[in-house]
Design a protein around this ligand. Structure first.
Ligand code: ATR
Length: 266
């Protein structure tokens, strides 16, 4: 399919973000859907928090839109604007993918966490039995926490700049997965099998050295960052220098693509 050709037949997916300059997932989504034979394009749209409700309302009337992705900072605020949520999105309390039904109804799902687990498995990383330190309790962090518990992590420790959000998330995951020990804790890598950065720190090349003490990383740890741009955040560079196995943000994105396709009904 000619990648430059966008017509009235083309199925459009939006990706609402603020800022929008860091967004690279649209290319991966477009390439994946086109490779599957769909006349499809995913378009990044810069929408600030005050305009989110208007953008969601407009989406209801865009008949050639199959839906929209949502990313920073909209994953949680978008919840009450939708008509329906999947069970998963409701439990997680955050949405990253919206399907527009032909009647204009909007259904929210969240495939961040499931995509992370799938991406890790595709890279040969088995999450079951791992002690995991999760940095971040925002929209993506919430999704990852639920998916890690479902994947059978041996223990999950959540650390967030706003500790109340970490505590609320630990309670919610613990209530849904009572067999998984979940607690809040400090950003200290010591003793963990896996460290995941699910914050936006490190995005656009920003200094992420205060996220945790990189000196405490050791070669037996798996280190993941959900940030896609740059590909190698400071955390991942430090992890590679220590000989750790690393997982890139792109691998989590790739893990989500088939899940998004199925959810959008393509
Ligand atoms: P996303 O959808 O990607 O998760 P989000 O819901 O806006 O985006 O969450 C951003 C995450 O990055 C949160 O965990 C946030 O911490 P707070 O909950 O305390 O806001 C974290 N974050 C953003 N900027 C940060 C910073 N400068 N230092 C530490 N954490 C930061």
């Amino acid at each position: 399919m000619d990648a430059r050709r966008i017509t009235g037949q083309t199925k459009i997916m939006l990706l609402l973000a603020d800022p929008v300059s860091h967004v690279v997932g649209t290319e991966a989504i477009t390439a994946f859907m086109r490779a599957a034979g769909h006349d499809f394009v995913c378009v990044p749209v810069h929408v600030g928090p005050r305009d989110l409700a208007g953008a969601i309302q407009a989406l209801r009337g865009y008949r050639n839109c199959v839906g929209s992705g949502v990313t920073i900072p909209h994953k949680i605020p978008v919840l009450p604007l939708l008509d329906e949520l999947t069970d998963r999105a409701r439990a997680i309390g955050s949405v990253n993918c919206i399907r527009r039904n032909p009647d204009g109804r909007l259904i929210g799902d969240n495939v961040d966490g499931a995509g992370f687990v799938r991406g890790a498995l595709e890279a040969g990383v088995e999450l079951a039995g791992l002690r995991v330190l999760l940095l971040g309790a925002g929209g993506a962090g919430r999704s990852l926490a639920f998916a890690l518990a479902e994947a059978g992590a041996a223990e999950l420790v959540i650390c967030n700049r706003d500790p109340a959000k970490a505590a609320g998330l630990a309670d919610a995951v613990g209530a849904t997965y009572p067999s998984v020990p979940v607690r809040t804790g400090a950003a200290d890598a010591t003793g963990f099998g896996m460290i995941i950065n699910a914050t936006s720190v490190g995005m656009a090349g920003k200094d992420d050295s205060r996220l945790l003490d990189f000196a405490k990383l050791s070669a037996d740890m798996i280190v993941a960052d959900i940030v896609m741009k740059p590909e190698r955040t400071g955390l991942l560079q430090a992890a590679e220098a220590k000989g750790c196995r690393v997982l890139f943000g792109r691998q989590m994105m790739d893990g989500q693509l088939a899940l998004m396709r199925d959810f959008l009904g393509l």
